[in-house]
Design a protein around this ligand. Structure first.
Ligand code: ATP
Length: 450
């Protein structure tokens, strides 16, 4: 059974993820992504963008600023309420999120019943921006991408016309002053989200909510290659005050099922909270009175001419958490007999950080090197992603390294190649080797990375 420590060790050893600020003793809740981590994150992000934007007609992309006006967070409700109820153990000083405690009457660690009253803890990271360096908080780092999507609803709709239903996606960093960052990259203070806000006619929301649940679950299974039995839906026990319905997609981590993506029916709360002229609309959700917004966030039905505030279905995925689940799922230790084992990351080829490694069998034979370089150049033209030239000499070590980072194929150029124009192609999962002609390598790789 794979453990979280297996992944932490692999990430460090092979350059996926390092501890943030490691050189100065670390910084809780932050991580730095290394050469292969950035590739895997990018491939996951690209798979998501492809499914959400390129393969549909009804979704547009957006990339809003990460620092934003305070009013944004006043009317979104974050400034007032986006804080977890915290309890501190007076004996061991542990701070716990009340809703995550195993037993709300005693400390999770020392068992003491001497606890403080629950109190709200500010989760947003405040900033003091501009020339006035008096330390006053006048802006926030965004704790989610969703809010700036809502506030750009009209800008997007006016520039790229759509009929309802249509959606806007955003992918980017979010910052939360989490009380107890934990579980490696499971709970971080700086992380990346990939969120969709899908705008629908009131009344269509329940049907669209079910459709998005099915669409997103299918993506986890088909695009990420995670078996259905390791995923489940979990309805929220307690709904946020604005939510009409909310369920999480959960992945089976080594210590049990936990959230990787949320799917929410947010009704008309968000556009209703941020719109100008709230009284003109029949807003169903309970929203804060807003006299500061300068834009109406309504939709005019082209048939009836009626203006109304659309409902929102949200799908909210954490990209780091997603990558963590993908790595845990792909991590395999195989017994090769004779006391030998190998570690393989059985990633879907499209997600693999390196698509192919080309290995000249002897590193000081210029003809082999030239031939290998030509193959690398040809494969790079395919635009499939990273192709590596492996010129470190030891073929066994090369295979081991590429198994561990999940490279689907290694292509070896040997002395025979110079005579017959054939190379050895070694498949990651089966370790099978086949001789194929150099001229067929590109086509073969394309068929593997499809
Ligand atoms: P949680 O209950 O775990 O705090 P949430 O319900 O507040 O999460 P959302 O606001 O719905 O999470 O965010 C959507 C997704 O973003 C989550 O499903 C998760 O994958 C990811 N996410 C949220 N908080 C963090 C974090 N601190 N570190 C890493 N990923 C996170």
């Amino acid at each position: 059974m794979v453990t979280i420590n297996d992944i932490v060790a692999l990430c460090k050893r092979r350059g996926f993820i390092f501890t943030g600020s490691e050189i100065y003793g670390g910084m809780a809740g932050t991580y730095d992504y290394g050469p292969y981590g950035v590739e895997l994150m990018k491939n996951i992000r690209d798979a998501w963008w492809r499914a959400m934007v390129y393969e549909r007609d009804d979704v547009e992309g957006l990339d809003a600023a990460q620092i934003s006006n305070r009013l944004m967070w006043k009317y979104s409700g974050h400034e007032g309420t986006f804080g977890d109820m915290m309890v501190e153990c007076k004996k061991c000083k542990l701070r716990m999120r009340q809703d995550k405690m195993a037993d709300q009457t005693k400390c999770d660690v020392c068992g003491s019943k001497d606890l403080t009253e629950p109190r709200v803890y500010q989760v947003m990271m405040g900033l003091s921006i501009g020339a006035t360096m008096d330390g006053e908080i006048n802006a926030y780092l965004r704790p989610e991408t969703a809010t700036t999507t809502f506030t750009n609803f009209k800008n997007v709709l006016d520039s790229v016309p759509h009929k309802l239903p249509f959606g806007i996606v955003q992918n980017g960093k979010a910052f939360r002053n989490e009380i107890s960052p934990r579980g490696f990259v499971f709970r971080m203070r700086e992380f990346e989200q990939a969120e969709l806000q899908y705008f629908v006619k009131p009344g269509d929301d329940e049907k669209q909510y079910e459709e998005w649940k099915a669409t997103r679950m299918a993506w986890w299974i088909n695009e990420l290659g995670i078996p259905a039995k390791k995923l489940r839906f979990q309805p929220h026990e307690k709904l946020a005050h604005y939510a009409k319905a909310a369920e999480d997609i959960e992945y089976e981590f080594p210590d049990g099922f936990d959230e990787v993506e949320g799917i929410h029916n947010r009704a008309d709360f968000d556009l209703g909270s941020h719109t100008k002229s709230q009284k003109e609309f029949d807003i169903k959700s309970t929203v804060p009175e807003n006299n500061e917004s300068t834009m109406k966030l309504s939709y005019s039905d082209p048939q009836t001419g009626e203006s109304f505030i659309p409902y929102v279905i949200e799908t909210a995925m954490g990209v780091n958490r997603c990558m963590f689940a993908v790595m845990l799922n792909a991590y395999t230790e195989e017994d090769l007999g004779d006391g030998k084992t190998r570690t393989v990351l059985k990633l879907k080829p499209r997600l693999a950080p390196v698509k192919a490694a080309v290995i000249p069998l002897a590193r000081n034979v210029p003809e082999l090197l030239n031939r290998a370089n030509e193959i690398v150049a040809d494969l790079r033209k395919l635009g499939l992603g990273r192709i590596e030239m492996e010129n470190s000499g030891n073929i066994g070590k090369n295979y081991r390294r590429h198994d561990e980072i999940g490279t689907p194929v290694c292509i070896t150029v040997d002395h025979q190649t110079l005579e017959d124009g054939m190379v050895t192609l070694r498949h990651r999962d089966t370790m099978e080797q086949e001789r194929i002609a150099i001229k067929d390598v590109s086509k073969k790789l394309k068929s593997i990375i499809k």
